[in-house]
Write a protein that binds this ligand. Structure first.
Ligand code: GCW
Length: 767
């Protein structure tokens, strides 16, 4: 339907028409510009226009974004009468420091939030007066008497931190949100809105918060043709064809969502990079995005293809020690900073999975990273160099390769280089022990790379709450400086006194109405941001916050759904890769099971390489009698991992090849225990469905049905995983399934014949 389709004299029809048009507009989240509306009014009489404008206001009040579009920023109305009254008293008169576009963005957000939660807009004042009940201003803008009342040491806040405190001032309660810098005010406003979404009383609030990690970053694996490698939520948000002129409302809402959880950096493009992004035609577009993101404190990074000097620079080599190549990168960096003065830097995947890199010229990762770092240094930019490398020429254990290639270079990278390491040594599996590099490069800033998009965890179809996984990795102890040397401390820089720190998450965001494909996958974006801000946060706190901000305040709903979310990660491990199994996915798309795949040209592309099942047993021996990958961990830990009796059972088959009749801690044989784990995974999904159904009354039928349909697919696929894997492994164990495990209804041949032409997110062919 077009906005101005039928214009007729019947006023009623016009209103209806306008309503439908508005609904159409709002549900398609097109930005409603005043200009459009005014143009419409040009065609009719003044009275009619006034009347219609009035109706428009009513429509806007009741208009809803499409389900899920608001993410955790829906700001649902406060229904608790006492709290509503308290908030209304608190927000009578707000002094909001006037300022630049960042402060304006913060003020806009506060206005939206308060209007929605309190259904009423308080007075916003630009001049400070004694009536103000809320004061939002930088420290430098606060009067000294108020500062004295606040009694706070601002040094601990840094640039990004903030304070929210209610003080008694001139016999009146005043809520203060303050910070050293504008960005702190922005985060403080989001912090305040979050407290309100958590329904916290503000009467005696005293909260100060500052991020523990500097670079809190999303990595988009978005291609220039808008496909997204390993993306399961539609197409890329970046509409290169319409940029730089056309600014999609989505860019702004994306920036708001990121800022609300403290994300301050994004790399826009796939690490399997296309050099075109570095050409002026694209830099203009990137500049337009940078302009949108800037008020929200978000810096843009680009993925730099190592061979760009050849592809777009006309050089014959990309050798990092070649003077022309160095000059080319210097020139290119300068050009980028002309477009984007606050450009973050480059994210680089080199000499990995066919990508070009310094090794093509007999140089090392350090040579490549430092060459780019030198070009970026004068502008304050960083190089984020990925450690996800493995090579077909090295036939040893793939899990050992990144460590072998990088650890010898510890301390050799320039100061503005961060080495970005995946959480585990293989590849974003449902469960992996932490990457041994985290305990082995004290002189290098190591940046964590988590994957928010669920490449190996059921795409955007399966409900899996990833903060559980993130927390497990971050809480792992590297023992690198004795007990308590957790990965979180390495990432936050406190273990080795690092100034430059970072955490990246491979984004799960796309053009889907709800951004992430599965409504609960929004919690993974949210949770990643929260943990990048504070790697010591626990997943339960995050689940709690997210449920309240997204779905409901009802305590019964919260308790039930929180427990569903918190078990969901263990469920997926159980029905896909229990007891330390890994990478037994069908190849290419990584969706369903494919433990039988053995025919691919490179050994480490075949699942059989990872599970090594035979008649004697199953598992990858990474102890000294096998690949000796355990030697990459601290001796205390290696000792624990080396002995199957002390190795945590969740990593058993990651480190050991064990006989089928090996006795597990609970007395079951390995075969029986494995089968029971698969069954447990299926049962956990069944319980998730029961929990979801029982919670139906607290949400809308649409919200309920959306997740219910997805959970039904998840259940069917959990059974598929269980049956396909057990039928296959049974060909080696030659044992019956234990009691309690459902008998497969289909044959192994059937599962082997399944094909997935529809699987999205496949990597394109690079040339
Ligand atoms: C971007 O490529 C990806 C690739 O699609 C994916 O299967 C694997 O997880 O890791 C690669 C990487 O992290 O570089």
């Amino acid at each position: 339907m077009s906005l101005f389709c039928s214009f007729d004299n019947n006023l009623y029809l016009e209103i209806l028409n306008l309503h439908f048009s508005l609904i159409y507009l709002v549900t398609n989240y097109l930005p409603l510009s005043n200009h459009t509306i005014i143009k419409y009014y040009d065609y009719m009489s003044r009275t009619k226009a006034i009347f219609l404008f009035f109706m428009l206001q009513i429509t806007l009040v009741f208009a809803q974004s499409p389900p899920g579009y608001d993410l955790w920023l829906g700001y649902s109305e406060i229904e608790e009468p006492a709290l509503l009254k308290e908030y209304q008293n608190t927000f009578k008169s707000i002094y909001f420091q006037n300022g630049n576009e960042m402060l304006h963005a913060a003020e806009r957000e506060l206005t939206t939030g308060i209007k929605k939660m309190l259904r009423k807009l308080p007075d916003f004042e630009k001049l400070r007066n004694s009536e103000n009940t809320v004061v939002i201003a930088k420290k430098s803008n606060l009067e000294s008497s108020l500062l004295k009342r606040l009694a706070f040491d601002f040094d601990q806040l840094g640039a990004d931190g903030f304070v929210i405190k209610t003080v008694l001032f001139e016999r009146k309660q005043v809520l203060i949100v303050t910070a050293n810098e504008d960005i702190g005010i922005l985060y403080g406003v989001f912090g305040l809105l979050n407290l309100m979404q958590q329904r916290e009383s503000l009467k005696h609030i005293m909260l100060s918060d500052a991020p523990k990690v500097n670079i809190r970053m999303l990595n988009h694996w978005d291609n220039l043709d808008r496909t997204v490698e390993r993306g399961y939520a539609g197409f890329s948000l970046w509409n290169w064809q319409k940029l730089p002129e056309y600014i999609d409302q989505r860019y702004i809402d994306y920036a708001r969502a990121n800022a609300s959880i403290g994300i301050n950096a994004v790399s826009l493009t796939n690490v399997n990079a296309n050099a075109l992004i570095l050409t002026p035609a694209y830099l203009e577009k990137v500049q337009a995005l940078a302009k949108v993101f800037r008020p929200y404190g978000i810096k843009i990074y680009l993925t730099a293809r190592f061979s760009a000097p050849i592809e777009i620079g006309g050089l014959e080599t990309a050798d990092p020690l070649d003077l022309n190549v160095q000059n080319w990168w210097h020139g290119k960096v300068k050009e980028i900073y002309d477009y984007i003065p606050d450009f973050g830097g480059f994210l680089v995947k080199a000499n990995s999975e066919g990508q070009p890199g310094p090794q093509n010229y007999g140089r090392s990762h350090v040579d490549g990273a430092n060459m780019m770092a030198m070009a970026l240094e004068p502008f304050g930019g960083n190089v984020i160099w990925r450690a996800f490398v493995y090579s077909e020429h090295d036939t040893s254990d793939r899990a050992k390769q990144a460590y072998t290639q990088f650890v010898p270079f510890d301390g050799k990278f320039r100061d503005n280089v961060l080495v970005q390491t995946k959480n585990g040594a293989i590849d974003f599996q449902p469960r992996e022990p932490f990457h041994p590099m985290f305990g082995a490069m004290p002189k290098t800033p190591l940046m964590m790379e988590f994957q928010i998009t669920q490449e190996y965890l059921g795409f955007s179809t399966h409900l899996v709450f990833l903060p559980k996984l993130f927390e497990e990795v971050l809480h792992s102890d590297t023992y690198s400086k004795g007990k308590g040397s957790t990965v979180a401390k390495v990432i936050a820089g406190s273990l080795n006194q690092k100034k430059l720190t970072g955490m990246a998450g491979v984004a799960n965001i796309g053009t889907d109405l709800n951004w992430t494909g599965h409504p609960f996958a929004q919690a993974n974006w949210y949770g990643f941001g929260r943990m990048a801000w504070d790697p010591y946060l626990d997943s339960e706190t995050i689940a709690n916050e997210w449920i309240k901000a997204t779905y409901s305040q009802n305590p019964n709903f919260i308790t039930a759904i929180k427990s569903m979310m918190l078990t969901s990660r263990e469920a997926v491990v159980n029905y896909m890769n229990p007891l330390g199994l890994h990478h037994i996915f069908d190849t290419g798309h990584h969706y369903g099971p494919g433990p039988w795949v053995s025919e691919l040209s490179r050994p480490e592309w075949n699942p059989v390489y990872y599970h090594k099942a035979d008649e004697k047993g199953i598992g990858f021996n990474r102890t000294p009698s096998g690949s000796d990958a355990t030697a990459q961990y601290a001796p205390e830990l290696a000792k624990i991992f080396n002995d199957p009796k002390t190795c945590p059972e969740e990593y058993l088959l990651w480190f050991h090849h064990l006989p089928w009749d090996y006795k597990l801690k609970n007395g079951h044989t390995l075969w029986d225990g494995l089968a029971l784990k698969y069954q447990q995974g299926v049962d956990q999904v069944k319980t998730m469905i029961v929990t979801w159904d029982d919670s139906k009354q607290y949400i809308t039928p649409e919200q309920h049905n959306e997740v219910r349909m997805l959970l039904q697919i998840q259940l069917r696929e959990a059974k598929w995983w269980r049956d396909a894997c057990l039928l296959y492994f049974q060909t080696f164990s030659k044992q019956a399934l234990p009691e309690g495990v459902n008998k497969p209804t289909k044959t192994l041949a059937y599962y082997k014949s399944l094909k997935f032409p529809f699987a999205p997110g496949i990597r394109p062919q690079w040339h």
